[in-house]
Design a protein. Structure first.
Length: 357
C-alpha cells in the first residue's frame, strides 16, 4: 500500500510517501519546509503559521510525489495529522487531505501527532517495534508510554507543565540563544563545566515508589525558574558571559537525568528491554548517550535504545504516513467530518494497572 502523509500541526509543512504491507514500511520521499520567520518572534505565531501552510501545502505535496516517482493516481490512501497542534495550522492539512482524497476516490485516515512520533524510529530501524517503553519528547508534549503492541498504549507519565522541548526553548531565550533553542543549548552545553551549576532533578527523589502520583510524571517549570535565578545572579555579578555554558550544561544534565531515570523506572516495572525515543528532543546526543549507558547498566545485555535521526525526530509527514498505514491496515477510515483538535488523547490508551507486573 502506498500512502501519502501530510503534516501541518505547527510550523513545518511536510509531505511524504511511504510504502508497506503491515510487516514494515519503506520511506519513498520526505519533504519538510520549515517556517524560519518565527525565529524573529522567538516562538511560533499561529496566524503566520496557518497562512504559510496555505501557500506551501500544494507545492510541498507535489515535490514529495515527484521525489517518490509517483503520481497522485498511484496513491492508495492519504494520512493527515488532525490532532494535537495549532488548530488553524491543522485545518490547512486536514482540508487539503480531505479534498485530495475525495478527488482521487481513495481512503483518508486521521493520525494523532504523538502516535506519529512513536512510529518514526521504526522507519529507520525495523527493530524499533513493540514491546517497548517509549519516551516521546517534543516542543509541546512529554509522554512516557508502555507499548505492548502497536495501537495499545499505556500512559504512565507526562509533564505537568512545560514539555522538555518547551523548557529548552525557554532556557535558550534566558541565555540569549536563538529560537528554536534545543540544538543551541545542546551546543553551548558541550563546552560547559558540569560542576559549576548543578540543578535539582525535578520530581525525582529516592523516596518515590511505584504507585505514587509522581513516580513517572515530569515537571520542568521549576528547573526553568532555577535557571532564571542562575542567569540573574551571573548578570548581577557581571560574569554572565563566562557562566552561560556552565548554566546550559547544568540545565541539560538535570533534564536528561530526569528523563532517563523516569524511563528506566518504566522499563524495569514493565519488563521491557527495548526503549524508543521520539520527538524533537529525541535527537539530543546527551539524552541518547545517557539513555544507552543507563539502559546497559540497569536492563542488562539485551537492552536496546532506538532514537530517530534529525529529520524523523522533527515534525514530519513520514511518521504520519507510517502511523496512517498502520491504522489503514486495521480497517480504519475517516469520513468527510474529520476535524482538527488542539488537544486529543493518543488513541489506543488502556488502563495502567493492567501493565504492572
Amino acid at each position: 500500500m502506498r500512502v501519502l502523509g501530510i503534516e501541518t500541526s505547527c510550523d513545518e509543512t511536510s509531505a511524504a510517501v511511504v510504502e508497506g504491507d503491515g510487516d514494515g514500511a519503506a520511506l519513498r520521499s520526505l519533504v519538510i519546509l520549515s517556517q524560519d520567520i518565527h525565529r524573529v518572534f522567538g516562538g511560533v505565531v499561529p496566524e503566520i503559521a496557518s497562512r504559510a501552510h496555505l501557500t506551501a501545502i500544494a507545492p510541498v505535496t507535489r515535490r514529495a510525489l515527484d521525489d517518490a516517482g509517483v503520481e497522485s493516481g498511484d496513491l492508495d490512501a492519504i494520512a493527515v495529522t488532525h490532532a494535537p497542534g495549532l488548530v488553524g495550522a491543522l485545518l490547512v492539512g486536514v482540508s487539503f487531505a480531505k479534498g485530495l482524497a475525495a478527488s482521487l476516490g481513495i481512503p483518508l485516515v486521521g493520525v494523532h501527532h504523538m502516535e506519529g512520533h512513536l512510529f518514526a524510529t521504526e522507519l529507520e530501524d525495523a527493530k524499533a517495534a513493540p514491546p517497548l517503553t517509549a519516551l516521546l519528547v517534543s516542543g509541546g508534549h512529554t509522554m512516557l508510554l508502555d507499548v505492548p503492541a502497536w495501537g495499545e498504549y499505556r500512559l504512565l507519565g507526562a509533564t505537568r507543565d512545560d514539555a522538555a522541548g518547551e523548557a529548552f526553548d525557554k532556557v535558550a531565550k534566558l541565555l540569549g540563544l536563538p529560537y528554536p533553542g534545543g540544538r543551541h543549548v545542546e551546543a553551548l552545553a558541550r563546552g560547559g563545566d558540569p560542576t559549576t551549576h548543578r540543578f535539582a532533578r525535578p520530581m525525582l527523589h529516592g523516596g518515590q515508589k511505584l504507585g505514587d502520583d509522581d513516580f513517572y510524571d515530569l515537571s520542568f517549570s521549576g528547573l526553568k525558574t532555577a535557571v532564571l535565578h542562575a542567569v540573574r545572579d551571573a548578570e548581577g555579578r557581571g560574569v554572565i558571559e563566562g557562566a552561560r555554558a556552565g548554566i546550559a550544561r547544568g540545565f541539560q544534565d538535570a533534564l536528561v537525568d530526569t528523563l532517563v531515570e523516569k524511563t528506566m523506572r518504566a522499563a524495569l516495572a514493565h519488563g521491557r528491554t527495548r526503549i524508543v525515543l521520539g520527538g524533537g528532543v529525541a535527537c539530543n546526543a546527551a539524552l541518547v548517550t545517557a539513555m544507552r549507558e543507563r539502559a546497559a547498566k540497569r536492563l542488562g545485555a539485551a537492552a536496546a535504545v532506538y532514537a530517530p535521526g534529525p529529520r524523523l525526530a522533527t515534525d514530519n509527514a513520514a511518521m504520519i504516513a507510517r502511523a496512517g498505514l498502520f491504522r489503514l491496515l486495521r480497517g480504519e477510515r475517516a469520513g468527510p467530518d474529520l476535524n482538527a483538535y488542539a488537544s486529543l488523547p493518543i488513541p489506543g490508551l488502556v488502563p495502567q494497572a493492567a501493565s504492572v507486573r
